[in-house]
Design a protein around this ligand. Structure first.
Ligand code: HEC
Ligand code: HEC
Ligand code: HEC
Ligand code: HEC
Ligand code: HEC
Ligand code: HEC
Length: 491
């Protein structure tokens, strides 16, 4: 056998040659697309997908094919040649061998380095909001749109959606493959169901940033609403929400955050897949004493019912994806003067538009355009157009006909106006077996104190007005020097 055929060269194996060509394409692709991605500021999720995941994958596939080519070649040689081939014979006195070794070492290091860089970027890319929210465009559009308009717009999807630890990461990515297949084959559910039973996140996800022991006390909230009468009459409700706290070392235990599972633990059973019906509740205090509350004639059966411990997500279930009801969305726009409350009957007309079902955005948009332009035909053309534009914006933010997603598909459990929310338990129907104790509901001041209310500008008791500061200590009016001159901390 000729000398040059005994040692491996890519020109001796078609498979290795194909592998090498694929690897080079992958490598050049990675470099070229990464530069392009970098220049474009990583704005295109598709470019990022190609440069950070697919091209390196092509490179690695090429290298694997190359390796297989090499193995097959060696097998063939050892069959034809009687004496088994040595794995490799390196003779440093031969310049060709020296060059080969240098090439091998430098090349090897470069490949390992590139693979690590690609793996690092691939990991970060798979973690990115682009990957989760934009790459699978249509199915994630509702959640993504609501997310970028939420208090958590700067928290990445994975920070909430992937539990901590490698196992959760791998589980999420495997799940992702399943989702990718569903996206490509167009077989995903519309609307995407909320995976309440196996949401990979728990209270832990929230606790990466929020501290459950925090004593929050009372939050002052003002709800500005508009009636659907001719005048779009404004109604304001100002309340102190008694959020309180649940940890005795950080404040009195009480108020809404009393259910924090610190001083008290709350467990419940729900009988529907959206957790809207809760017929059984168990409360356990720090001494271990527990009480069960049952609604109606529900019988708890441990073989049929799963007990869930209440956590943040049972109240704050829409921290990042809130789809507003037509009424609330319109109220927000009126309150921020983006819709003109002086346009007679606007809320009523807009509610009628938003309560219909549409097949697509464009169908809804033309309904908005036609209805506004015919109902308010005497209105100034600019005002008409501005109203149409704002209504389209509200529609695009809250309604997703292709995905059948809207407020109706996703209950929000934080209050009790549009969904049962707190009243799933606080409805006066949940009683102990002896009927003596029930989960309180009747007192509207248990969870919040309504401090002022107005209708069409008439306040009760009176419009909150600024008052002049009266210094609590009469010896001074507090203005003769800067406060900190006297209040050094010991005063
Ligand atoms: C602050 C935490 C948080 C962040 C950040 C977040 N989500 Fe969610 N997401 C949730 C919670 C909580 C639910 C479950 C809602 C429920 O139980 O009603 C959810 C549900 C979903 C659902 C199921 C359908 C639904 O609306 O209930 C999808 C899909 C989803 N999220 C996608 C995303 C994507 C994509 C991103 C990033 C663009 C993201 N999420 C970011 C907390 C978050
Ligand atoms: C990566 C950090 C982070 C994570 C994880 C996180 N949050 Fe937040 N959250 C924040 C920040 C920061 C704010 C304040 C945003 C602001 O005021 O603009 C906030 C605000 C809030 C608010 C007040 C909202 C409002 O309307 O002002 C609630 C309620 C809340 N988070 C609940 C949750 C829940 C429930 C989870 C778990 C599903 C969660 N957060 C996960 C960082 C986080
Ligand atoms: C029993 C229901 C309930 C549970 C359980 C609950 N919360 Fe709340 N939380 C509320 C309500 C109601 C408010 C008042 C604000 C509102 O209406 O949005 C609130 C307010 C907050 C705020 C806003 C505080 C501020 O200063 O603006 C944060 C942050 C928060 N909760 C985080 C959490 C976290 C984290 C958990 C879990 C460890 C949790 N909550 C569990 C009902 C609950
Ligand atoms: C899974 C059932 C359940 C849900 C949902 C629920 N609660 Fe409760 N809540 C309870 C139970 C049980 C008690 C204790 C009742 C008692 O001791 O009489 C309680 C007690 C309270 C208390 C009194 C705490 C104290 O100071 O003693 C407040 C305030 C409260 N809940 C507010 C809320 C608010 C606001 C919501 C909705 C955001 C809500 N709850 C949702 C079960 C629930
Ligand atoms: C179990 C606790 C609880 C009880 C009892 C309760 N509320 Fe509320 N209520 C809440 C919470 C929490 C919110 C805030 C929801 C939010 O942040 O959007 C709220 C919000 C409201 C709002 C503002 C609604 C809006 O979106 O415009 C009104 C009005 C109100 N409650 C009235 C009442 C009245 C009247 C009663 C007595 C029949 C009552 N509440 C009993 C917890 C409670
Ligand atoms: C000339 C000194 C002086 C000046 C200036 C002054 N204070 Fe005071 N302040 C007092 C004294 C003395 C008390 C009574 C302390 C006590 O009885 O414990 C007091 C009491 C108070 C209290 C109630 C008790 C406490 O310590 O919180 C408040 C609140 C207060 N001052 C706020 C202010 C503010 C705000 C300013 C600036 C606008 C101010 N003070 C300027 C001397 C002063």
């Amino acid at each position: 056998m000729a000398e040059n055929k005994q040692y491996f060269s890519i020109f001796n194996s078609k498979l290795a040659l194909i592998g090498a060509v694929i690897a080079v394409i992958g490598l050049l692709g990675t470099i070229f697309l990464s530069v392009l991605d970098h220049i474009s500021g990583g704005k295109s999720p598709y470019l990022s997908l190609f440069s950070l995941v697919l091209s390196p994958l092509v490179f690695v596939t090429g290298m694997i094919i190359y390796g297989i080519g090499w193995i097959i070649f060696r097998k063939k040689i050892s069959k034809t040649d009687q004496s088994p081939q040595p794995f490799a014979v390196i003779d440093f006195s031969k310049p060709a061998h020296r060059r080969g070794v240098i090439f091998f070492v430098v090349g090897g290091v470069a490949i390992i380095f590139l693979t690590l860089v690609a793996a690092y970027h691939g990991y970060h890319f798979a973690e990115s909001v682009y990957f989760c929210g934009q790459l699978c465009h249509t199915p994630m559009k509702p959640e993504y749109t609501a997310y970028i308009d939420s208090p958590h717009a700067k928290v990445s999807c994975t920070e909430c959606h992937v539990g901590s630890g490698t196992a959760n990461y791998i589980k999420a990515k495997l799940n992702g493959i399943h989702q990718l297949v569903a996206t490509v084959s167009d077989s995903y559910h519309r609307p995407i169901p909320t995976p309440v039973e196996n949401l990979p996140m728990t209270q832990d996800s929230c606790e990466n940033c929020h501290w459950p022991k925090k004593y929050i006390g009372e939050l002052n909230r003002t709800f500005t609403r508009y009636l659907s009468d001719d005048d779009n009459t404004p109604v304001t409700i100002q309340m102190l929400l008694k959020v309180g706290g649940g940890d005795p070392t950080h404040g009195p235990v009480g108020g809404i955050h009393w259910h924090m599972n610190i001083a008290n633990k709350i467990e419940f059973v729900s009988t529907d897949d959206k957790r809207q019906t809760i017929p059984w509740v168990r409360m356990t205090d720090s001494s271990g004493k527990s009480i069960e509350f049952v609604a109606g004639d529900f019988k708890f059966d441990p073989t049929k019912h799963k007990i869930k411990t209440m956590d943040c997500l049972d109240c704050h279930n829409r921290p990042a994806h809130q789809f507003m009801s037509p009424s609330d969305a319109l109220d927000n726009s009126f309150a921020q003067s983006r819709l003109d409350a002086k346009i007679k009957g606007l809320k009523k007309t807009a509610l009628e538009i938003f309560s219909k079902d549409y097949k697509s955005d464009s169908e809804a948009f033309s309904a908005i355009e036609n209805t506004i332009k015919t109902t308010f035909k005497d209105l100034d053309a600019n005002k008409q157009q501005a109203t149409v534009e704002e209504l389209k914006k509200i529609y695009s933010r809250n309604f997703f006909p292709e995905m059948k997603a809207s407020w109706k598909a996703y209950p929000n459990n934080i209050g009790h106006k549009e969904w049962p929310g707190c009243f799933r338990c606080h409805d006066g129907q949940h009683k102990t077996a002896d009927g003596k104790k029930k989960i309180e509901s009747s007192n509207c001041n248990d969870c919040h104190i309504i401090v002022a209310q107005s209708k069409a500008g008439h306040w009760e008791p009176q419009e909150p007005k600024p008052v002049t500061f009266k210094h609590p200590d009469e010896s001074s009016d507090g203005t003769e020097a800067n406060c900190n001159m006297c209040h050094g901390g010991s005063l």
